[in-house]
Write a protein that binds this ligand. Sequence first.
Ligand code: SF4
Length: 323
Amino acid sequence: MIKNLSPSRASQFKTCPKQYKFANVDKIIEPTNEVQAKGTTVHQALEDLYELPKEERSSENLYNLFRNAWTKVRGNDEHVDLFDTIEEEKEWGLDALNLLANYLTLENPKEIEPMEKERWVRGSIDDLNLRGILDRMDRDKDGNLIIIDYKSGKAPSAKYKEPRFFALKLYALLIKDELGEMPKELKLIYLQNSTIHTLQIDEDILNKAKEEILDIWNNIKNAYENNQFPATKNTLCDWCYYKPICPEFNDSAPDTDDLQNINIEIEDLEKNIEAVTMFENPDDIPDESPIKKIDMESTNEQLKNLKDKKQSIINEIEKILRK
Ligand code: SF4
C-alpha cells in the first residue's frame, strides 16, 4: 500500500486503475520518452531563467539554459537511447526551443519575480498524505498568491479547461494550510499553442477538490484491499505504454500479479534490513525486538533472489512491451 499520493498518481488511478497498478503496484517502469524528456528539460530551463537577474532574462539566455540543461542530462541512462540519429535529436531540440519561444510570447520574464520555483508541497487531508511539486508561485501586484504550472502540451478548448486544474487546486489546498493564506488564482501556461488558462478560486472550489481527492483515495484503498484494479478503456489508451499487456486489448495478456507479490516481499525484507542496520552493533538490538531474530546473511540472499526473479519477469514483459 502506498504511503503518499501525488495529484498525477491520483489522476492516473481515476483514468484507469489498471494502468495505475502496472506503474505503481507491479512497478513496471515506463522508460522516459522524448515527450517527457522535452517537458522536463524545458521546465528546467524556465526554472533556471528565474535564477538570473531580471535584466539577463533574454531569449538567448533562455535557449542557452535549455542547451545546458540538456547537455547535463543527455548522457544519463534514461536518455541514452532516446534518439536513433543526431537529426532526430536536433529536430527534438528545435521543437523544444520553439516551446520556449512560445513562452516568451506569453510572459515577460523581466517583469516577473517568482516567490517560489519548483517547490515541494506536502500535507495531510484526513488520512491521506498528499505531495507534489508546483512549478511556480507568484504574488500579483495586489499581493495575491498565484499558483502556476507550465504545460509543454496543447491547451484544450476553454470549455474543457476546468478538469486540468485538479492538481493545482490540490496544491492550493496544501499551500492554504501551510501559509494560512488563500491563493487567489491558478494559472496553466500551455507552451504548444501559446495559451494561458486561469481559474479564480475560493473555499467552495477547494472543498470540492478535497472531496474529489478523498473519494479517489478511498477507491485506491479499496483497490489495494480487494486487489481490484480494473482496466478502464479511455481516449488515451492509444498512448498508454502498457497497452500491449493490457487485458482489455489482449486475450493472452500476461498475469502481472507475481510482480505485485514479489514487490511486497522485497519491501518487507528491505524494511527489516533497514531496521537492523539502524543499530551499529546488532548485539544492541533488545532481545524482545522482533528484528532480533533476523539473520542478515540469509535475508540479503533472499532479497537478491527475489530481485533476480523480478528482473527475469520484467525482462519477459518488456519483450512484449517493445514489440
Ligand atoms: S490501455 Fe487503456 S485500459 Fe489498458 S491499461 Fe492502458 S489506459 Fe488502461
